[in-house]
Design a protein around this ligand. Structure first.
Ligand SMILES: [Zn+2]
Length: 457
């Protein structure tokens, strides 16, 4: 354990240079490959089928280009065919100490087995982020969520045990009861999803209680884009609780993969528990600072190894310590920028509309009401941004907000898109984020098809 004055939970590991980190990864990756080949029928059968053998990996380049990719759908299929864990298990069934599941956004939940050792490793990943923010063993955590079968917050509990701090379990109670519990128990850290923390603030306000003067000094969040992803969320949480908010990026079946950064503009991958790289749409590694899909191999799951695992999360990663917090671990600027499932090509550049959506949300002066209009110009897709400015932005500043939207997208995505200001209240209101993307390409295709076939335009 680190001394309370240390800026990092593991100063040695978190400040290693890239060469040393890569050498460590190489040793660990070789072990993970050999382990999975020897112990998991899933990997052995898969790799033999595609003609891959762990012995062929000599360096990280080999690893990224030769080790077959895995995907959640592979695991779901195997678990369905050979329940409960398919042939993916690399330990005996009695070695599984904790069974968790994903929230099942695709319908069928993925079963996630953990050994006792895995739970310690997984839990420790959280601690790096807490420690960097200033949380210490003398702190006490209030867990405001229903425990359920989800790996996310169980792993946070393992993390608090590892840190040596205290847990107050809020469990399934009304939001108002959470507010009263915070006043009564006086915890110093609130742990919840970002949206639930905002609901707690609302409930407190309705009760006439100001939580900015409560015992809470830190709030920590996962499960949705939080304070390191969106500056608006960060400001609301910091002000509402009079505290410092932090965010962790977790992937239930993998690990608490990226436990925050004290600068709070992004998160660092936990390089003691994971190796990761960014993949482009062509399956090749993309350059540093370019948006790509995060592909992860974990050292924290010995029960069900995940190797070259596609997360479908779009990230903009840097292997150099660009954030300025002192940690040398791979940095994901803006955390997750979108999902890799949907991509278009604008002016020869691959553009993920979900990433653009995320970037716009974070530009100051843009209201939550905006649209991405997807159309086709000749052979190419085109993307136009139409947004309503925030009500407090004066009319003569609207153009400046539009320019900032264009600049930010050019900086991160690498392409100059058009941006149009819409009158406040003029864009359709919708609860669903997905509705922000207006795809006009289908209509144009249909009209073109109709014209070619002599039908009505
Ligand atoms: Zn940092």
């Amino acid at each position: 354990m680190a001394s309370a004055e240390s800026s990092h939970w593991n100063l040695w590991a978190e400040t290693l240079n890239r060469e040393a980190l890569d050498a460590l990864h190489m040793r660990r990756l070789k072990l993970v490959l050999e382990y999975a080949y020897a112990r998991s029928a899933f990997y052995k059968e898969y790799w033999q089928r595609v003609g891959f053998h762990p012995d062929s990996i000599q360096n990280l380049e080999d690893f990224k280009t030769r080790v077959p990719l895995t995907d959640k759908s592979d695991f779901l299929q195997f678990q369905e065919d050979f329940p409960p864990y398919g042939k993916t298990l690399a330990v005996g069934e009695f070695d599984v100490a904790h069974h968790a599941e994903t929230s099942g956004s695709t319908g069928i939940p993925l079963r996630i087995p953990f050994t006792d050792y895995d739970t310690e490793r997984y839990g420790e990943s959280w601690v790096y982020g807490w420690w960097a923010l200033g949380i210490r063993p003398t702190d006490s955590f209030y867990f405001a969520f229903n425990w359920g079968n989800y790996a996310g917050f169980w792993s946070a509990y393992w993390g608090v045990r590892r840190l040596g701090a205290k847990v107050y379990s809020g469990g399934g109670q009304t939001t108002e009861d959470h507010v009263r519990n915070i006043l009564r128990l006086k915890p110093t850290v609130l742990l919840s999803t970002p949206s639930f923390a905002l609901r707690i603030l609302e409930a407190a306000q309705n009760l006439g209680i100001d939580l900015s003067t409560s015992s809470i000094q830190y709030t920590y969040h996962a499960g949705e884009p939080g304070p390191c992803s969106l500056s608006s969320v960060r400001r609301k949480l910091d002000a509402g609780f009079g505290a410092i908010s932090g965010e962790l990026l977790g992937i239930a079946e993998v690990d608490a993969v990226a436990p925050g950064c004290r600068i709070r503009q992004g998160v660092h991958m936990s390089e003691m528990s994971n190796f990761s790289w960014s993949m482009g749409a062509d399956g090749q590694e993309v350059a540093e600072g370019t948006i790509g899909e995060n592909v992860v191999t974990t050292y924290a799951n010995s029960a069900q190894p995940l190797i070259n695992y596609r997360t479908h999360d779009l990230v903009r990663a840097f292997n150099l310590p660009v954030c300025g917090c002192g940690c040398t671990w791979r940095y994901l600027d803006g955390v997750v920028l979108g999902r890799s499932d949907y991509m278009i090509t604008v002016k020869g550049t691959n553009v993920y509309p979900s990433a653009v959506e995320n970037l716009i949300s974070d530009v100051s002066g843009v209201s939550p009401h905006f649209q991405l209009i997807l159309s086709r110009r000749g052979a190419f897709d085109d993307l136009l941004i139409r947004f309503e400015p925030d009500l407090q932005v004066p009319r003569d500043k609207w153009e400046g907000v539009g320019a900032e939207v264009i600049r930010r997208i050019k900086e991160v995505v690498g392409v100059r898109l058009g941006a149009e200001v819409a009158e406040p209240g003029s864009l359709p209101r919708t609860e669903l984020k997905a509705k922000r993307i207006v795809d006009l390409r289908g209509d144009e295709f249909r009209r073109e098809l109709d014209r070619q076939q002599g039908g009505q335009p």
